[in-house]
Design a protein around this ligand. Structure first.
Ligand code: PEP
Ligand code: MG
Length: 590
């Protein structure tokens, strides 16, 4: 029994055999295990031989004129590749462990590097980069055509990978894959958000799951405690199977809340809206008793190598607006950059992409991407109640400039006799400190505000939301975050502008009393979170939530804030917040 720890995207338990996948040099995934060891040995031999030929050839070609330093590096690579270990070790791993050639090379690389890192010789230590480069060449020569469609992960398996792009998760079948475990990622990374909205239990940021877990062994993904238990002993397995049955019964019981209002016991009404990643989710909204879309992220229309045209945009928005009419649908203009993949963006690789050309700045500069989106939005506006939301706003000026552009496009459409609504509400995301500090200016230029806590926390705390090493900082319970939310809500209220919370914080039942206490009255979240959040709203009087928020705002430490908040929630709703004790053994790394 071995344990890996990480950040769970849902509180659920998932159990299944592990299916490990490793990235090929082309960036696709391929299974770690092979059903055809003989075939893999042939691929490996060919790739190693091809790599040697290539390096010998390059060395011959440049020997006369390349600078000494470069020649030395090339010679080191040639020597490294002649080392028999590149053949011997993978040739054992493939038949003995059943590894694919890619996995065998990755494992050999790790072993060679860890041996060098253990050495006292600084020269040898520095050779790790050469080893990685040689391994990269062999992997490239193994070819990208070996790439594997993640939709083929076996039924009931738990996929274990170093990292996954949101566009790869979309390809997976929610009811087929039991869960996902990754080495990288934080709880608000887009990988986690996508898994949550696809209702696939996930554990991200484990750092070493691909090293701890082996393909084929049974794994328990324990969403409540944020851990994965590989090859559990029989009593642990029995305990978690019982937990799973209990959770399923709870989920069924929660469906009885579907048509009940999200109103606190003392009569404060909270509007619950849906965060959608994919247009097909609109069909699932009625099942959760939710009518409005608070955030549709349009990034997933941009996952191809060519940008979507006006018609493609229009078809997506048409589906949403018709599906929800007459209720509001908030569509966010595209927020490309950082971990939201953007193969079409022909911008140079930036050193600091989170602080670079993303969100509304990128759209205002790339009109060729933005104008078709705005035209499609305005055309679709006659089909229902559209609200346009602008991402990564840093100042009121960006909202004003975008509104001018929207108005100019509306005039163009009128000239072309294309119907569009006379007025479309335009809102701004509050997700960077400058926007929070000037939210009164932004409120004057906007029809509504939406707090994106995922980015707000990242930028406020100067901690990358995708980096598992700083997750203790990307904590929405940091005192700075509480203060900023309170200020934004106060100022927006003063300007009579509605403010909602659409980041992951708004969909976490634990944070709901705090947000209500801070004055938030509109929460937008992924569909599966709706019943859990509604359950809390119906159990916690707003007056108690206000007193709680006042007390928490005085505290200076996020761990103590969490502790107090957990106790408050346990008192008001013990059945939802008291984690049943797990068998002691399951929580110890073995
Ligand atoms: C946010 O930052 O909270 C948000 C909702 O936007 P995204 O997660 O897409 O960056
Ligand atoms: Mg954001």
């Amino acid at each position: 029994m071995r344990v890996a720890r990480g950040y769970a995207t849902t509180g659920q338990v998932a159990i299944g055999p592990a299916f490990l996948a490793v990235r090929t040099a082309a960036g696709d995934h391929c299974p770690v295990m092979t059903p055809d060891p003989e075939g893999e040995l042939t691929r490996l031999d060919e790739a190693v031989a091809r790599s040697r030929d290539q390096l010998d050839h390059i060395l011959l070609e440049v020997a006369g004129h390349a600078p000494q330093e470069q020649l030395q590096i090339l010679k080191t690579h040639v020597l490294l590749l002649r080392d028999r270990r590149w053949e011997e070790r993978p040739r054992t791993l493939i038949p003995d462990k059943g590894y694919s050639a890619e996995m065998a090379i990755r494992q050999t690389t790790l072993e060679l590097i860890s041996r060098l890192q253990g050495s006292d010789d600084p020269y040898l230590k520095q050779r790790t980069i050469d080893i990685e480069q040689v391994a990269g060449r062999i992997l490239r020569n193994l070819g990208g055509e070996h790439g594997f469609d993640l939709a083929q992960v076996p039924d009931g398996a738990i996929l274990v990978a170093h990292d996954l792009a949101p566009s790869e998760i979309i390809r997976m079948q929610p009811r087929k894959v039991a869960g996902i475990i990754t080495d990288l990622g934080g709880p608000t990374s887009h990988m986690a958000i996508m898994a949550r909205s696809m209702e696939i239990p996930a554990l991200v940021g484990t750092e070493n799951a691909t090293q701890t877990i082996q393909s084929g062994e049974i794994v328990i993904l324990d969403g409540r405690r944020g851990s994965a238990i590989a090859t559990p002993n029989p009593s642990t397995l029995r305990y978690f199977r019982r937990e799973q049955r209990r959770e399923q019964a709870e989920e069924r019981a929660l469906t009885t809340l579907r048509d009940l209002p999200a109103t606190t016991p003392d009569g404060v009404e909270i509007r619950l809206l849906a965060n959608l990643e994919l247009t097909r989710e609109v069909r699932r909204m009625a099942g959760y008793g939710v009518k409005e879309v608070g955030l549709y992220r349009t990034e997933y229309l941009f996952t191809d190598t060519t940008p979507p045209g006006e018609e493609e945009h229009y078809r997506a928005y048409e589906k949403l607006l018709r599906g929800c009419a007459p209720h509001p649908v908030t569509i966010r203009t595209v927020d490309l950059g950082t971990d939201k993949s953007a193969p079409i963006l022909d911008v140079e690789l930036e050193k600091n992409p989170a602080l670079g050309f993303r969100g509304i700045r990128c759209c205002l500069a790339h009109r060729e991407l933005f104008v078709p989106q705005i035209r499609a939005l305005l055309r679709a506006s006659v089909l229902g109640h559209l609200r346009i939301l602008l991402p990564m706003v840093t100042s009121a000026g960006e909202v004003i400039e975008t509104r001018k552009l929207i108005a100019a496009i509306a005039v163009e459409l009128s000239e072309e006799n294309i119907p569009h609504a006379e007025e479309v509400e335009v809102g701004a995301m509050i997700e960077v400190p400058s926007a929070a500090l000037t939210c009164d200016h932004i409120a004057r230029a906007s029809d509504f505000l939406s707090i994106g806590t995922n980015d707000l926390v990242q930028y406020l705390m100067a901690a990358d939301r995708t980096n598992e090493h700083v997750t203790y900082l990307t904590d929405p319970l940091q005192p700075a975050v509480l203060r900023v939310i309170r200020e934004v809500v106060r100022r927006a209220n003063r300007h009579g502008v509605e403010v909602e919370v659409c980041g992951e914080m708004g969909g976490n039942p634990l944070y709901v009393p705090l947000l209500i206490g801070l004055g938030v009255r509109v929460l937008s979240m992924s569909l599966p979170k709706i019943p859990h959040v509604k359950q809390v709203i119906r159990a916690v009087p707003a007056a108690d939530a206000r007193r709680l928020a006042t007390a928490l705002l005085r505290m200076d430490d996020s761990a103590r804030i969490r502790d107090r908040l957990e106790r408050f929630c346990q008192e008001h709703l013990p059945e939802a917040f008291t984690a049943p004790a797990a068998p002691e053994i399951s929580l110890r790394a073995q």
